[in-house]
Design a protein around this ligand. Sequence first.
Ligand SMILES: [Cu+2]
Length: 162
Amino acid sequence: MKKLFVPIVLGVVALVLAACGGGTPEPVSYDINMTEYAYSPENLNLKVGQEVTLNLINSGQLQHEIMFGREVMKMDNRPAGYMVDMFEASGVEPEVHQEGEPEHGHDEEMHEGFMVALPIDGTGTIKFTVTEDMVGEWEMGCFEQDGVHYDAGMIGSVTVTK
Ligand SMILES: [Cu+2]
């Protein structure tokens, strides 16, 4: 009887710890492929406290970008970014590294908020830690060519949970 007792207690302790989910969630990393006109994967699920690394690869035939936010902003009736930028709204400044300069920039007015633009074959990395302020549903989108990419469906979703 005594011999059985220790493993059972340890088992219960392990279960309780697992149920409480104490501590920080495991870091997560996604490889996001950008093409015409999509992100793959197109849905990201993130948790508060998680350290996130997004490895971007533009394997398409056009320059692509990525922005994170909600409520699409229009300029001259064209989609031109987000009214609410996910990073600005949560006061988080992601760390960005990229290989390859975008061929053309953008009118700053049209693209307020955080953005990474990659030329053909360009790669980039975005790193940040998810905060409580990010909890909710966000969109990621590309507004290249006066919003043509956005209209063509270059949109993804970011779901942040506690
Ligand atoms: Cu695009």
